[in-house]
Design a protein around this ligand. Structure first.
Ligand code: AFP
Length: 306
């Protein structure tokens, strides 16, 4: 069983990226412990989207920021839970890290799987007005479920799953995750928009009529993890009157998964058909619609939407 660091070193992952990922993995361990021991109640505050924060949101955010600072590799970090970026002295690196410390906050108190999502870019300066894909070097996400797993995507080096073992090490369990073109599974987020969006309703009907299997939990991390590990599927979260530009955040949710899914041979597009990775970052907290998963299934969904 290969350890996290040994596997990445064998894959030729540069030491600075390995070290940054090591600190991210440490933060995941601390968050996992806090979830199992911590407070699942409300924080009594709101994030920059005006969403009620749960105590775990704030705790997870602080744990990650602390680990990224300790890495001395992340120069600029942006969290879904904070309006403004944080700037750290980073004598050993120049990375920009965007993260959603705890995605699925509304699921914490009902013991459903939740996750943390990270995007890692080189060249921390001038992130705004840059395309998502420029200097994008790695992304990863943690799933806090029956097993604690960390899925890591490295540019041109594939997507791999690690599991936290009983002695606190992340051990390789699946190397080289790949997505087939066709999808058996579908995960239709924002189903309420069927009432006002005939095209989306037609797509959902087509998924049902073509015998696709519904797998949707309301948590983006477990829902996309399901598609990646099953090797096929399509997840959708279209815009609608409540979220005219989509609900999901470009930097903290859509981009890291779009990067990982592309590395696995999949696709991620907006409902208008633009590649998520081609979007220009205008605002750290901008949102986007997203159709992501098996390439053929995503293209078919976008055809329905247009
Ligand atoms: P919370 O973090 O507020 O639970 O939202 C989770 C999420 O950002 C993403 O994980 C889900 O895919 C999506 O929202 C679910 O949105 P709806 O609550 O509108 O279905």
């Amino acid at each position: 069983m290969q350890s996290f660091n040994h596997f990445l070193r064998e894959k030729g992952v540069p030491s600075d990226i390995r070290s940054l990922l090591y600190h991210i993995a440490r933060s995941v361990k601390y968050i996992n412990f806090s979830i199992r021991a911590g407070n699942t109640g409300k924080q009594g505050a709101e994030n920059s989207f005006g969403e009620a924060q749960v105590a775990m949101d704030v705790l997870a955010d602080n744990i990650i920021a602390d680990e990224l600072k300790k890495s001395e590799l992340a120069k600029v970090i942006v969290s879904e839970e904070k309006e403004a970026p944080e700037y750290f002295p980073a004598p050993r690196g120049d990375f920009f890290v965007a993260y959603d410390p705890l995605d699925g906050s509304s699921l914490v108190d009902v013991n459903c799987s939740i996750g943390s999502i990270f995007g890692i870019w080189e060249k921390s300066a001038d992130i705004l007005d840059r395309k998502v894909d420029k200097h994008f070097v790695a992304s990863c996400y943690a799933v806090y479920g029956p097993r604690i797993t960390l899925v890591i995507a490295i540019k041109d080096k594939g997507v791999h799953e690690f599991e936290l073992n009983d002695v606190g090490e992340f051990i390789l369990v699946k190397e080289g995750l790949k997505l087939k073109d066709k999808a058996q599974y579908f995960a239709p987020g924002n189903l309420r928009s069927c009432q006002e969006n005939e095209a989306f309703k037609n797509w959902v009907d087509d998924c049902i009529l073509s015998g696709k299997t519904l797998r949707y939990s309301g948590g983006m991390v477990p829902d996309l993890n399901h598609i990646l590990l099953k090797g096929n599927g399509v997840f959708a979260y279209p815009s609608h009157s409540k979220y005219p530009n989509g609900k999901l955040r470009l930097l903290f949710e859509c981009a890291p998964f779009a990067f990982a899914f592309r590395e696995a041979g999949g696709e991620a597009k907006t409902e208008k058909g633009a590649s998520i990775l081609d979007i220009t970052i205008n605002d750290y907290h901008q949102t986007s619609s997203i159709f992501i998963g098996s390439e053929e299934a995503v293209d078919n969904a976008v055809k329905f939407m247009n």
